[in-house]
Design a protein around this ligand. Structure first.
Ligand SMILES: O=P(O)(O)OC[C@H]1O[C@H](O)[C@H](O)[C@@H](O)[C@@H]1O
Length: 551
């Protein structure tokens, strides 16, 4: 435990509160740029990705910060024990103390084969053995050497998993679609809503479909139910249980449940309990991605994340890109009263990125209890949301520009498009919006300008934009596997930094449990056809469902 309970007991927190009083009255971003021609240089950082030689430019200069702010925020990180907690994570210490586990997803992408241990035992060989198995298997499936039970090549992959066993694989395979094998059809089935599995099966042929049952625990009701439905569907045609081995593999930590389900141990891709669900795309859970983009690209994805890990581990805090991102988030949440964090990728392939980040951020830092068991005296994890731009501009950006809320926003763009159609015209239009949005959010539009344009007097307030809305712009060279790996790792370490300052355990998820238990109880009532003891609303709703939903 760190030497403090509540973050707002820290000296730097009090100093930040005093600093905030003056800065919040004074800061007008456009004026700060006018006053300081070096502002961009001071507050932007370039990440050099050793994995593929690419760069990612993080421009923090359109945020509410001065050199004093940054120094105080760095002091806050130091006082909160960020360096120790980070080093403990990289040393395999059990920093997820409520579950007695190490937090070691960084060991899954240890492409430099650095010594990494848990309980004094190296994990490097085990991690590499699973990667080797993934390589061999993905090459066999992609080449057609792996055959279905009637001797046909696999052309459809159905990943059955939910939460971290779904969001990472879907997001990454969508984001890296340009690297995908288009002869492989991918389906991701997560929802217990029968529609999800039914639609995937309608589109699949049992002779050529491979099911990946992805579940860390292998006890998640949705996944086990969907997997059993898939098995029944498959056996209806295949008839013989021995055919399962060619069509079902498991990605899990739970060997006994996997074998109980009927999947052979040799078709199981294991990982360890020190991999949290929302950090598991780097593990065997990423097999669908590996099958789709091929092992070399998957390995590059890991290497890009590893490069960001090394940056996070070794760079002084003031230059440390994810640390700055995390501290800014704390700054907005706890001193400016921001409730949200918007992430808008200017990249259609990244359309599931905000959904992925929602689990990463909100399952990690949606907590209110400090590491020593007290209720926090301040606000913690923001509500993260987002949609790809430019679409988002045409829906909810109105609220960003003229609403009453402060919404710290990240914009992400890759300079080089994978599809430079029409002589790159689309890309230039996309990029022009990326620049225009952050500029407009900062500059606003004063009433004098609206007036000068000849707007009628009564419309002037409606057409005026206050501006001074903060944004972080993230410019990637090209969205390669290594760049995406680094970008995800950036958000992971940003989330880590926030949780450390707030002194909460970012690595458990007890909050998900209650709903699951209640659902099991009510399922029994639905099976019996009668509502049990509930409040008036819940029993009436159950009765109404029973009356209307009869088959
Ligand atoms: O991979 P599984 O064990 O099936 O878990 C899937 C998901 O279920 C949960 O309820 C957790 O909140 C998630 O963190 C997890 O990713």
């Amino acid at each position: 435990m760190p030497g403090f309970s509540q973050a707002n007991e820290l000296k730097s927190w009090t100093e930040l509160a005093t600093h905030h009083k003056t800065l919040s009255k004074d800061i007008v971003l456009k004026e700060y740029f006018a006053k300081d021609p070096q502002r961009f240089e001071k507050f932007s950082r370039v990440f050099k990705n050793e994995a593929d030689g690419g760069e990612i430019l993080f421009d923090f200069s359109k945020n509410f910060l001065t050199e004093e702010t940054l120094d105080l925020l760095v002091k806050l990180a130091e006082e909160s024990g960020l360096e120790k907690l980070r080093n403990d994570m990289f040393a395999g210490e059990k920093i997820n103390f409520t579950e007695g586990r190490a937090v070691y997803h960084v060991a899954l992408r240890n492409t430099s084969n650095t010594k990494m241990e848990v309980d004094g035992k190296s994990v490097v060989d085990d991690v590499n053995a699973v990667l080797e198995h993934m390589k061999e298997f993905s090459e066999q499936v992609r080449s057609g050497e792996w055959k279905g039970y009637t001797g046909k090549k696999i052309n459809t992959i159905v990943n059955i998993g939910i939460g971290g066993s779904d969001l990472g694989p879907v997001m990454v395979s969508e984001a890296l679609k340009p690297y995908g094998d288009r002869n492989l059809k991918l389906h991701f089935v997560s929802n217990i809503d029968g529609t999800h599995i039914a639609e995937a099966l309608k589109d699949s042929d049992p002779e050529t479909t491979l099911f990946l049952v992805a579940s860390k625990t292998f006890t998640t009701a949705e996944t086990v139910t969907n997997a059993n439905t898939a098995k029944t569907w498959f056996l209806k045609t295949a008839k013989d249980d021995s055919a399962i081995a060619k069509h079902f593999v498991a990605l899990s930590t739970n060997e006994s449940e996997v074998t109980k389900f009927g999947i052979d141990k040799k078709n199981m891709f294991p990982f360890s309990d020190w991999v949290g669900g929302r950090y598991s795309v780097w593990s065997a859970i990423g097999l669908s991605v590996c099958l789709y983009i091929g092992y070399e690209n998957f390995y590059q994805f890991l290497a890009g994340a590893h490069a960001m890990d090394q940056h996070f581990l070794k760079t002084p805090l003031k230059e440390n890109i994810p640390v700055i991102g995390g501290l800014l988030s704390v700054w907005y949440s706890d001193f400016f009263g921001a409730q949200t964090h918007l992430v808008a990728p200017f990249d259609q392939y990244m359309h599931r990125f905000p959904a992925y980040l929602q689990q990463l951020s909100m399952e990690s830092n949606g907590k209110a209890i400090t590491r020593d068991g007290k209720y926090v005296n301040y606000t913690t994890g923001p509500i993260l949301f987002g949609e790809p731009a430019t679409n988002a501009q045409h829906s909810f950006f109105q609220l960003l520009h003229q609403g009453t809320k402060l919404i710290p926003t990240d914009f992400i763009l890759a300079a080089k498009s994978h599809n430079p159609v029409e002589g790159n015209k689309h890309q230039r239009m996309l990029a022009s919006n990326f620049f225009a949005q952050s500029e407009a959010l900062m500059l606003g539009k004063p009433d004098s300008e609206v007036k000068a344009e000849g707007a009628p007097e009564e419309l002037i307030p409606h057409k005026t934009f206050l501006g001074n809305r903060p944004t972080t712009s993230i410019l990637v060279d090209k969205m390669t596997p290594a760049a995406l790996g680094a970008l995800i790792a950036y958000y992971e370490h940003l989330t880590f930094t926030e949780g450390c300052v707030w002194n909460i355990n970012s690595f458990d998820q007890w909050g998900v449990e209650l709903g699951k238990k209640l659902a099991v109880k009510i399922l029994g009532e639905l099976d019996d056809g009668k509502a049990g003891e509930h409040d008036g609303s819940t029993s009436s709703l159950i009765e109404a469902f029973l009356a209307r939903g009869k088959l």
